[in-house]
Design a protein around this ligand. Structure first.
Ligand SMILES: C[C@H](O)[C@@H](O)[C@@H](O)C(=O)CO
Ligand SMILES: [Mn+2]
Length: 593
């Protein structure tokens, strides 16, 4: 995986003969502390520590700024954090590279005017059209205080995490396998968005490529045996809702792969799709060099419905294991992978995954259940997080198995973890919490197996959606809330009214903050039929990332004090933060014009 770095620029008062010399050590130490903070707390999605480089010298003016720039130039630096405890010369020390994302931390002491430099250089960044994040602690610190206060640490980490996310996506591919599924607009891939806003290549792969590789045996046969044995042991079969039904002839005739061969087909499908995205050196050993290269895919989706699923097993197993933090080989990095080739939801999954390192949940946003409606059909009251109503998140058969929340935290509570923290017990528990139901043949004539579970813990989560609106461009929706564990009878009654073989997550948005005034309105204002959900209240991280990508946020419930956007955005008006974000994003435009 690509490892974009954060570059630290310690800037300093350039006057030799006392001032500069007295500040050298303090300034360099600030750089080292910031580097340590980032290295100790942030990881790339592959689990490696985020890498930081520090300018070879402190920067007192343009000459040293150029030395730093040259040092960063071939080190894949995506974001620069300028740090200083003192006054420095704004336009002489600023980072003028148009391709890096910028922040400045001005130490809040008062012996030296670090905060004055911060204000001066923020004015310079605003005037030069280079949006930069301003980091300034709320409390005055003593000049020899080597701690980083929590408010400053949060801002440094939010900045660094967002910048690293921008860098990870850049130059990677989104792989659309198939075309548009059932007229779903998010599935009409928008190359301009991927290229100009995310710096990504779009790849198109016809679904016949999957069929070709399965048919000609273009996969690692040893891995297939291993994967198939794992499925037999850990993927137990669930209910078959087709049993006993008398289907019309066209449905009966359409199940092309025999029932007892369906699992083998599904496993091969999953391996082939992974290899298409990532490549696999084994394939070169088998003589398939071109196939072994993969397509540099960081994310992707599979059309499935309907040209594939109308006669072949659906891709639910593939979609579920791609997005999960494990497969038959053990724990592994999740790959954001969209159902119904909904690229915009795949991107939402990718944003959530980059912001957390955790497996993203893909769902249909199926039903708003008001407390009254639940009472009417079940006779019972909703309580706890669910008391204001809930949204039924349920995908058409696929979701990361981590979403069962069968993994346990250190207190024994169900949760979702970064993949590298999953234990063997967690993986086993997620498998045990899931059964695989034969697909509903009325929808999926070709069969396949749906991953069936319910999210069995109350976790803080964030639901995300990327939309494209003609006249605006891409927009983001970000709603924090909790997953709910309902009374068993209520769950059963609600779940059985719908597609009961699919994975269910009950979601209670946090209401009364920002735009989320009611649970109903979260459902009613959602931009499309799908959403992506990740564990944790990470709306603030997503808003910061969106501001870096110049994607305005259309609908969120993140408290104002958690929002961290570039300082120059304030110049676009401060009375209405949503309007400010829209104006600033429109003016600055996409990162890769
Ligand atoms: C089976 C159906 O076609 C589902 O796949 C449908 O409800 C959707 O998921 C639409 O997003
Ligand atoms: Mn769907």
């Amino acid at each position: 995986m690509n490892h974009p770095k954060i570059g630290i620029r310690p800037t300093i008062d350039g006057r030799w003969g006392g001032v500069r010399e007295s500040l050298e050590e303090q300034t360099m130490n600030m750089a080292k502390r910031a580097a340590k903070l980032i290295e100790d707390n942030l990881r790339y999605p592959d689990g490696e520590k985020v890498e930081v480089v520090i300018s070879p010298t402190t920067i007192g003016g343009g000459a040293e700024a150029a030395v730093c720039e040259e040092f960063f130039a071939n080190q894949n630096v995506i974001g620069t954090l300028t740090v200083t405890p003192c006054w420095c010369y704004g336009t002489e020390t600023m980072d003028l590279n148009p391709n890096t994302i910028k922040a400045v931390w001005g130490f809040n002491g008062t012996e030296r005017p670090g905060a004055v430099y911060l204000a001066a250089v923020m004015a310079a960044y605003a005037q030069r059209g280079l949006p930069a994040f301003s980091i300034y602690g709320t409390e005055v610190q003593d000049k020899d205080d080597e701690s980083i206060t929590p408010d400053v640490a949060k801002k440094i980490l939010d900045f660094a995490r967002g910048a690293v996310s921008v860098g990870i996506m850049k130059n990677q591919s989104y792989v659309n396998i198939g075309a548009v599924s059932m007229g779903i607009a998010g599935s009409v891939v928008n190359v301009d968005f991927l290229q100009k806003y995310l710096g990504m290549r779009t790849e198109w792969v016809d679904m016949t490529e999957v069929l070709r590789r399965i048919t000609l045996g273009i996969y690692d046969p040893e891995e297939f045996e291993r994967a198939f044995a794992w499925v037999k042991e850990y993927c137990k079969e669930g209910m078959d809702i087709n049993a006993g039904k008398d289907f019309p002839e066209i449905i009966k005739r359409s199940r092309y792969i025999k029932d007892d061969e369906q699992w083998a087909f599904c496993v091969k499908h999953a391996m082939v799709v992974r290899d298409i995205l990532e490549g696999n050196p084994k394939l070169a050993e088998l003589g398939w060099h071109e196939e072994s290269l993969g397509r540099n895919g960081i994310s992707g989706g599979f059309q499935g419905q309907r040209m594939w699923t109308d006669w072949l097993p659906n891709a639910d197993f593939t979609e579920a294991v791609m997005a999960s933090g494990f497969n038959w080989n053990g724990k592994k990095m999740p790959t954001p992978f969209a159902t119904e080739n909904d690229t915009l939801n795949g991107v939402a999954m990718m944003f959530g995954w980059l912001s957390t390192g955790k497996a993203p949940i893909f769902s249909d946003v199926r039903t708003y259940w008001s407390p009254d409606a639940v009472k009417r059909v079940s006779g019972k009251e909703l309580g706890g997080y669910a008391k204001n109503g809930i949204i039924h998140l349920i995908n058409s058969g696929a979701s990361c198995l981590d979403a069962s929340a069968a993994a346990k935290d250190e207190n024994g509570n169900g949760t979702m973890k970064e993949w590298w923290n999953l234990t063997d017990e967690d993986i086993k528990a997620c498998c045990e919490a899931t059964d695989w139901c034969r697909a509903d043949y009325e929808y999926f004539r070709g069969g396949g197996f749906s991953s069936h579970f319910k999210t069995s813990a109350e976790m803080p989560v964030t639901m995300i959606r990327v939309n494209i609106v003609e006249g605006v461009g891409p927009t983001l929706q970000v709603i924090e809330g909790h997953t709910c564990v309902l009374d068993e009878d209520v769950h059963r009654i609600l779940d059985e009214r719908t597609s009961k073989t699919w994975p269910t997550t009950w979601f209670a948005p946090k209401i009364g903050v920002g735009a989320a005034d009611s649970v109903y309105n979260v459902m009613a204002k959602w931009g499309a039929n799908h959403g992506a959900t990740v564990e944790g209240h990470v709306g603030d991280r997503l808003l910061t990332l969106a501001s870096m990508l110049r994607i305005p946020v259309a609908f969120h419930n993140v408290e104002e004090e958690r929002i961290f956007r570039p300082h120059s955005f304030n110049g676009f008006g401060t009375a209405d933060l949503e309007g400010q974000d829209y104006r600033a994003c429109a003016y600055y435009g996409p990162l890769y014009k």
